[in-house]
Design a protein around this ligand. Sequence first.
Ligand SMILES: [Zn+2]
Length: 255
Amino acid sequence: MIIDTHAHITDVKFDVDREVVIQNAFNLGVEIIFEVACESSYWDKALEFLKRDNIFASFGIHPNDVLKTTHEDFDKLKILVQNKKCIALGEIGLDYHYDSSIENINFQKELFIKQIDIANKYNKPIIIHCRDAYEDTIGVLEEYKFAPKGVVHCFSGNLEQAKIFVKSGFLLGIGGILTYNKSDKLKQVVFETDISNLLCETDCPYLAPQKYRGQRNEPSYIIETLREIAKIKKMLFSEVAQVMTQNALKLFNVY
Ligand SMILES: [Zn+2]
């Protein structure tokens, strides 16, 4: 069994052929898809998806949306996380890529902490988005020791940062970047990290693996990343898929 632990199937890029993409993934061995709805405008669409078998969702407010977030969004989020098919809160976190002004950083931290509080209250793991902000993300998690556990999605930090996250109980989400020719640093992280601390994801429609690079990513392409992990870990593909699935089911309390 294979799980895509991080997909954005509600994205407009799938509007033309969403059903085909989902069926294709299920036909190729992906049995469960975790939809990550991290923009309030996608929440209703994701909620609609939860009526289907084998699709679960995470709800949250992405750090890049900090300025357009309203009180109503928070009220709605608190209701959404109580849905029995909501597996996590996310993706939430810090992203200094587009705006690293002190003002924006402070707003993002506030939003991040507020959502950590919600996750705690409703006992959900968190899916962390972290871009150009590894030190501060670690700082927030160290300061809020009560923060729930979860996954650092699409991990692309260094080995030292990987070790800190793992030590604080987080899994590392490994996506298509691992298959890129120049991703030696990430390959090293995967090599050094115990497989029980890894999760596999696509982050589709973004970050298609090397074989499909530049194209729209899809849940079925997770196979490429699983293959790469198997190569690095010198394990069988089926073994890697099995461990990754167990890690995901355990972290997100599915079944
Ligand atoms: Zn994502």
